[in-house]
Design a binder for this molecule. Structure first.
Ligand code: GCU
Length: 679
């Protein structure tokens, strides 16, 4: 049964007899136009064979002989455009790298990739349709929205994972790369099925010893394990490595000895891993070394690595998560949210072409609600990627069910109005980076339901216009069952989960009111303020919220292009769900949506959110009673999820009482419904 977790949404469970009747019109043989065992096209052939066997119950022949496709009209042909050119008529010139053409015409199925990876992606798309019982003819051309679709893993070499909730690392242990990389290959398969083409395998807070010869050999083994699925391996760097590992006196980015140290290391990596993806760099952030240490610019630092990887075709993901974590809370104008734009705005145009600035979706740090980072609007001459977090660091750490895609959509679809023209955030991006932090847990993330977030991340990186509910439902059919009761149950719970979590943790733009000093788990509103971290709420006995206006506050609102800046500058035009992000108001301030006071909204939202979490348990439990036909979820996964939801329901009450009680103590304003302060 562990297989159910390991395979995630790639279970290929048998279809019902009724649906299998359609299978009579399916092809009888698979022709995969590459017989090299490590090629993505070869893997596509294997995957099609195994997937169709699972879903339909019979094994199709598999050949690599092109002539087999020309004398039969009942084949699945999978390969690259180039390999198929001779015989197949097609009009696929519009495909971009990694794109594919999928044509299902009766029992003739053609899957052609712009490259090998594209062919594999097309095979997964075909299998996803069949596994959902969809046998219709189609003719789709699909190309990714952005060339960089990476995951980041925050794995340490000792096998622990920073902000990981699915057990220890599948890559590292005891300072080295693990011997058995079976899980790495299985993970690559899952990633390929959602269009992910790169992975950074170690923590952004990086350890320089990853670059010793043994560990570089180990990285080559990881790359070998993931290459058949088209997933390229990259690493996070520690900026000070030339000094700490290389024994140089300095790590100054402009120093010739430092430059040649990195050039040399990079060549050693490419000798072992010819398709090495590149570097991810966290510099001058939260105590990490960087170019600013020597008064060089952040662009000098990024370009140091960009020059080293450029001749090898690599890229540098340079993180914009640079800020001062020793801010003075007594300074009304101090604001961590300003940092990314302050540090990067003037550098636009000074990065080399293979540098991508990787920007967290919001200005602070993966909170339950944030406006988009205004930095997306300030780098028209620089490539940018958005950083999203699948690992639920601030969102209940996989002990709470939170389906995050709807949150991501609020950012991706946000119109920044550059030059007063439509400028949705996703239209400005060259890439997507998702912090996943899978571990050796057989469910990967420590929760079956959390895998919906990984699925949605890949699907949105491919096409951000996709609908989060439809993605959830495809994931549900593939992961659990085609049963409509299962589908409706999971839809109702998951779609309510982010709003509920926001309600019982931190609403109106206050951020997740968790313990920010260490665990990032459980309620601790008092920890937000009066420290250098700058995730402040400015709550006192009469008023609450960060004043980020230009007129009287930190000026952050003014970092947006004029139309958006004007909207956030006034509380009357700021949406209620970001009110306290942008404005410091009395607890008695009235919301425009409901006319309620801020304090009454805080009370009501916490009660409503916690109630929704109670309802999840009964909604889920009802599934067991509906399982008369035996078409729905196996007992092991059912019970596992019930356990999680039961825990969440209890913890939501803890959250509710802690937060409502905290603001009641502070404001002394009674709850209109008499619930708060009487326990
Ligand atoms: C957060 C997180 C850290 C992480 C950092 C980052 O602050 O808590 O663990 O290192 O983000 O993204 O660099």
């Amino acid at each position: 049964v562990a297989e159910n977790g390991l395979n995630g949404w790639l279970r290929y469970a048998p279809l019902s007899d009724e649906l299998r009747q359609h299978a009579s019109s399916l092809p009888s043989v698979i022709v995969a136009l590459n017989e090299t065992e490590t090629s993505p096209v070869y893997m596509a052939g294997k995957e099609l064979q195994a997937g169709l066997k699972g879903v339909l119950g019979h094994t199709l022949g598999l050949t690599h002989d092109f002539s087999a496709s020309t004398n039969s009209t009942s084949v699945i042909l999978v390969g690259t455009l180039a390999a198929s050119n001779a015989a197949v008529k097609h009009n696929v010139s519009s495909l971009s790298a990694d794109g594919f053409w999928l044509n299902v015409n009766g029992s003739q199925v053609t899957i052609l990739g712009q490259n090998e990876r594209g062919a594999l992606y097309g095979a997964f798309e075909y299998l996803s349709r069949i596994a959902q019982g969809d046998f219709a003819d189609v003719d789709v051309m699909s190309s990714p929205s952005a060339p960089i679709r990476w995951v980041n893993e925050w794995d340490n070499l000792d096998g622990t994972i920073e902000r990981g909730y699915g057990g220890p690392s599948i890559f590292f242990g005891n300072g080295a790369v693990v011997q058995d990389l079976t899980r790495a290959a299985q993970y690559a398969r899952l990633l390929a099925s959602i269009g992910i083409n790169g992975i950074v395998v170690n923590n952004v807070n990086a350890n320089a010893t990853l670059l010793n010869p043994d560990n570089m050999d180990g990285l080559a083994r990881i790359a070998d394990a993931m290459r058949p699925y088209g997933v390229q391996v990259g690493i996070s760097l520690n900026f000070a490595s030339p000094q700490t590992l290389g024994g140089l006196a300095t790590f100054d980015s402009l120093e010739p000895s430092v430059i040649s140290w990195w050039t040399d290391k990079t060549a050693q990596l490419y000798r072992r891993i010819p398709d090495f993806a590149g570097y991810l760099v966290k510099a001058n952030s939260e105590g990490q070394p960087g170019p600013l240490t020597y008064n060089r610019t952040l662009a000098d630092g990024a370009n140091l690595f960009a020059r080293a990887v450029l001749p090898h075709g690599g890229i540098v993901m340079f993180r914009a998560f640079v800020y001062n974590n020793h801010l003075d809370p007594a300074d009304w104008k101090a604001d961590r949210a300003n940092a990314a734009v302050d540090f990067f705005r003037h550098l636009d145009g000074s990065f080399l072409e293979n540098v991508i600035v990787q920007i967290k979706y919001g200005p602070i740090d993966f909170q339950v609600r944030e406006p988009p980072s205004p930095l997306f609007a300030h780098l028209p001459h620089t490539k940018t990627a958005i950083e999203l977090q699948i690992s639920q660091e601030y969102l209940g750490q996989q002990s709470h069910l939170v389906y995050i895609a709807p949150l991501w959509k609020t950012i991706l679809d946000f119109d920044l109005r550059l030059d007063s023209k439509p400028s949705l955030v996703h239209s400005l991006l060259s890439g997507y980076a998702g912090v996943v932090n899978v571990g050796t847990d057989p469910r990967w993330l420590g929760s079956h339901m959390a895998m919906a977030n990984l699925y949605a991340f890949g699907q949105l990186a491919w096409d951000p216009a996709r609908d989060s509910q439809l993605l959830l439902q495809a994931w549900t059919r593939l992961t659990f069952s085609l049963d409509p009761t299962v589908l409706n149950t999971i839809t109702s719970i998951a779609m309510a989960s982010w709003p509920a979590y926001e309600n019982y943790t931190g609403n109106l733009g206050l951020q997740t009111l968790t313990d920010i000093l260490y665990t990032h788990y459980g309620p601790n509103p008092a920890s937000q303020d009066n420290n250098g971290w700058g995730q402040w709420t400015r709550a006192d006995s009469t008023s609450i919220g960060m004043d980020r206006t230009v007129s009287n506050g930190t000026g952050f609102a003014g970092q947006y292009p004029p139309e958006v800046a004007a909207q956030f500058e006034a509380s009357s035009t700021t949406p209620d769900d970001l009110l306290l992000w942008f404005h410091h108001v009395p607890y008695t301030h009235k919301l425009h949506g409901t006319g309620k006071t801020v304090i009454q909204h805080i009370y009501d939202a916490h009660y409503a959110g916690a109630q929704t979490a109670q309802d999840f348990v009964s909604t889920w439990s009802a599934l067991r009673d509906s399982n008369a036909s035996g078409t729905n979820i196996d007992a092991e996964r059912f019970d596992d999820i019930l356990f999680q939801l039961t825990y969440q329901a209890g913890h939501a009450l803890v959250w509710r009482d802690a937060i409502a009680g905290f603001y009641h103590n502070l404001s002394k304003i009674p709850d209109e419904h008499g619930r708060v302060g009487h326990h």
